[in-house]
Design a protein around this ligand. Structure first.
Ligand code: PMP
Length: 433
């Protein structure tokens, strides 16, 4: 058995200062019934906790660390930028460089604006969509997560799904009323909302590949249907690519599926592990943003030089030939190994995967939306998670999140992970961690 004494001690201290001992809810390991590990450092595919335990990391800071931890090129880029000063509150060249690098992969972001988190990116994109259309309602999907801004916290995925919080207190009812929710992969449910609120819907926002109810891929025709429907009804289509951007393909879900939204929100990978978000899209819409237009949005640390430097180095590494193919191979081998291990142990479960994003759902039912995801046996997941931790695998501490594969993961690491997963499935079968 591993020792977690130092983590336990640090958590006890942290609980005196931070609600629940953490600065973001899912980190508390509440759903898996344990206490969080305090991380000392990360290197390549590994995390090291304060008790000296080593883990293969499948959280990757929830997405940004696609190159693994402390990648030398990223670290060097941050250090170089830091020596020149950490923030100016004035334009600097790296902002344009990163903007150009993003636009090269995603030409539909004709113009963009950098912010400091995914939450801000989405909040700002929705304000813009409302201003552009002169309408107030938005449609989101059950189990989708778009950050914690007011109005986006109903029937959401991620930590809200993990902790069973369907609506957050503190959101004015008037705000919540402007958010309509449809079922993912169900075009009829979207059309019904457009019919019910004619001329009132400013935008449909979705994760083109859902990752915050666990990974759920769009069924053929779903994204196409949303594109047609939004165009027909005069609403904007917004892809929240905070997770999928530079992840499912270099050009994100747009490159993968060939459907182009009006606006896109980004985060995570484009900041290389530092706080960055972005929103962008058609020039005609983006030009409404101040100071070129009247829609106000600003940020003291927006376009921060260190964050831009980390993002630039990350995107630069991701340009190397064969990198996405290698990621795909490793993730496919892992998913295949997981399915084979499940069959061997006699467990009926679902491995949903797209590229380097995957979720193991403990349900016998195919998972195509949030209602299906919720049929998962979260007690089985808890045992799975705990056993993996004991065996040196840091898996996301929630059934309703994606696991992230990094380019630092080797073939040998995949084998190690599958061996640990076989043990975890045996534990699930026996009902003990
Ligand atoms: N959108 C999506 C799809 C996300 O996954 C997240 C965070 N996991 C956000 C928005 C919010 O980003 P942030 O946590 O940086 O505010």
């Amino acid at each position: 058995m591993k020792s977690f004494d130092k983590s336990r001690q640090l958590f006890a201290e942290a609980r005196q200062i931070f609600p629940g001992g953490v600065n973001s809810p899912v980190r508390a390991f509440k759903a898996v019934g344990g206490e969080p590990l305090f991380i000392e450092r990360g290197e390549e595919a590994y995390l090291y906790d304060v008790d000296g335990n080593r883990y293969l990391d499948f959280v990757g800071s929830w997405g940004p660390m696609i190159l693994g931890h402390a990648h030398p090129a990223v670290v060097a880029s941050i250090v170089e930028a830091a020596k020149e000063g950490t923030s100016f509150g004035a334009p600097s060249r790296r902002e344009t460089e990163l903007g150009k690098a993003i636009r090269a992969a995603m030409p539909h972001l004709e113009m963009m604006r950098f912010v400091s988190s995914g939450t801000e990116a989405v909040m700002s994109a929705l304000r813009l969509a409302r201003a552009y259309t002169g309408r107030e309602k938005i449609i989101k999907f059950e189990g989708g997560y778009h950050g914690h801004s007011d109005g986006l916290l109903s029937k959401s995925g991620s930590g809200l799904a993990t902790l069973g919080i369907p609506e957050s207190p503190g959101v004015p009812a008037a705000f919540a009323a402007e958010t309509l929710t449809a079922a993912y992969n169900d075009l009829d449910s979207v059309e019904a909302l457009f019919d019910r609120y004619p001329g009132q819907v400013a935008a449909v926002i979705l994760e083109p590949v859902a990752a915050n109810m666990g990974v759920v891929t769009p069924e053929p025709g779903f994204l196409e249907g949303l594109r047609e429907l939004t165009r027909e009804r005069g609403a904007l289509l917004i892809f929240d690519e905070v997770i999928t951007g530079f992840r499912v393909k270099r050009g994100g879900a747009v490159e993968k599926f060939g459907i182009v939204p009006d606006l896109t929100t980004m985060g995570k990978i484009i900041g290389g592990g530092l706080p960055v978000g972005a929103y962008g899209g058609r020039k005609e819409i983006m030009q409404l943003i101040a100071p070129s237009g009247p829609v106000y949005q600003a940020g003291t640390l927006s376009g921060n030089p260190l964050a831009m430097a980390a993002g630039l180095a990350t995107l630069n590494e991701l340009e190397k030939p064969g990198i996405y193919a290698a990621l795909e191979d490793n993730a496919a081998a892992l998913a295949y190994g997981i399915s084979a291990a499940a069959r061997k142990s006699g467990l009926s479960l679902q491995v949903n995967r797209i590229g380097s994003l995957m979720t193991v759902f403990f349900t016998s039912q195919e998972v195509t939306d949030y209602a299906c995801a919720k049929t998962s046996d979260t007690e089985a997941f808890r045992i799975f998670h705990r056993t993996l931790l004991e065996n040196g695998i840091y898996w996301p501490p929630s059934q309703f999140e994606a696991a992230f594969v990094s380019t630092a993961l080797s073939h040998a690491d995949v084998e190690t992970t599958i061996t640990a997963i076989e043990k975890a499935f045996a534990a699930v079968k026996e009902g003990r961690p």
